[in-house]
Design a protein around this ligand. Structure first.
Ligand code: F6P
Length: 346
């Protein structure tokens, strides 16, 4: 590690959808910054909204106690996109200009942005405006390019898998087709992992366009093969021709129409984003937070901390911004599931 700078004043914000593990990341940055580098930690409220309205408070090591296992974010979050929409705030100063002015008025040496794709893109654009920024990849969707894993993902997969496990018994009792919809607007990582972990018979993800008739044939084949119930795991972002209904509701109706089999649906929703982080997410978030503090001490800005083959490495935000990490149709996990007879609706 090169020369490090002590005593810097660093701002930290959490933006986008919340998830388990955010507070573990805040604690990882904060405790490393304070204990190892004598830095001052400034918590900014509600994502970039707090930078626009200059809403912040200093965080002591004491403030970081007891938050490792806490769900949500002690700072609050928002989906504010300063470089989008009107871009103007009160008295017509643009939001990015306001953020830069407040960054300077707050005496910040760096801004740590904990978030997903939108947040990391905003962080990159702010770095082009001259701010020193560090990104930490967070989202249950695991769709941030440049890192093997985002924290929040493991917790969501645990929650979804437990739900799927519970559906097997009721599906078996009633000999029904049970459809469960999990989160994942653009990428099907949660559906893929929880579908495999939970023994899903059909897994539908946005990246692989499904054919209703193929699904119907597959489910009827299972019945004829003396498998009277099936579990269908779908990502919320799959093709949904249904009007004003969820993907799960649409599919449940179509499966019943095409096969005559009884079907029911469950939309797991925000339960996947709530509660305490899994131990793996606590560790990953802590690793990311500590690595972010080290980068700040080395004044190595404009980077996102990333996991690559179990190492934490810095990746330029310029390479991450605007990209998505989607499930490839030939993803090894997809192929393995297909080889075992799991249907992807094709
Ligand atoms: O980005 C995480 C996520 O939970 C997605 O899986 C989901 O589609 C979206 O956020 C929901 O957004 P909101 O919390 O704004 O309703």
């Amino acid at each position: 590690m090169g020369k490090t700078v002590r005593g810097q004043r660093i701002g930290i914000l959490t933006a986008g959808g919340d998830c388990p593990g955010i507070n573990a990341a805040i604690r990882g940055v904060g405790k490393t910054a304070i204990v190892k580098y004598g830095m001052t930690l400034v918590g900014i409220s509600d994502g970039f909204t707090g930078m626009i309205h200059k809403e912040f408070r200093e965080l002591s090591e004491h403030d970081l106690s007891g938050i490792l296992t806490l769900g949500g974010t002690i700072l609050g979050t928002s989906r504010e996109k300063p470089f989008k929409s009107s871009g103007k705030s009160k008295n017509e100063i643009s939001k990015p200009v306001l953020i830069r002015e407040h960054y300077e008025q707050m005496g910040l040496d760096c801004l740590v942005c904990i978030g997903g794709n939108g947040t990391l893109k905003t962080a990159h654009l702010l770095s082009l405006e001259g701010l020193n920024v560090i990104g930490i990849p967070k989202t249950i969707d695991n769709d941030v390019w440049g890192t093997d894993l985002t924290f929040g993902f493991d917790s969501a997969v645990n929650i979804a898998t437990e739900a799927i496990d519970r559906l097997h018994s009721t599906a078996n009792s009633h000999k029904r087709i049970m459809i469960i919809e999990v989160m994942g607007h653009n990428a099907g990582w949660i559906a893929l992992y929880s579908g495999i972990a939970g023994g899903g018979d059909v897994i539908l993800i946005p990246e692989i366009e499904y054919d209703e008739k193929k699904i119907a044939e597959y489910l009827l084949h299972r019945v004829n093969d003396n498998k009277p119930y099936s579990i269908v795991v779908v990502a919320e972002g799959i093709k949904n021709p249904g009007k004003d209904c969820s993907s799960a509701q649409y599919l449940s109706k179509r499966i019943n129409e095409l096969t005559g089999l009884e079907s029911r649906e469950t939309v797991l929703g925000y339960i996947q984003r709530g509660g305490t982080p899994s131990p793996m997410d606590r560790v990953l978030a802590t690793r990311y937070g500590a690595a972010a503090a080290h980068l700040i001490a080395q004044r190595d800005f404009g980077k996102m901390v990333a996991l690559k083959n179990n190492d934490i490495i810095p990746v330029p935000l310029s390479e991450v911004a605007g990209k998505l990490k989607l499930v490839g149709p030939k993803d090894p996990l997809v192929i393995k599931a297909m080889d075992m007879g799991t249907s992807f609706g094709i």
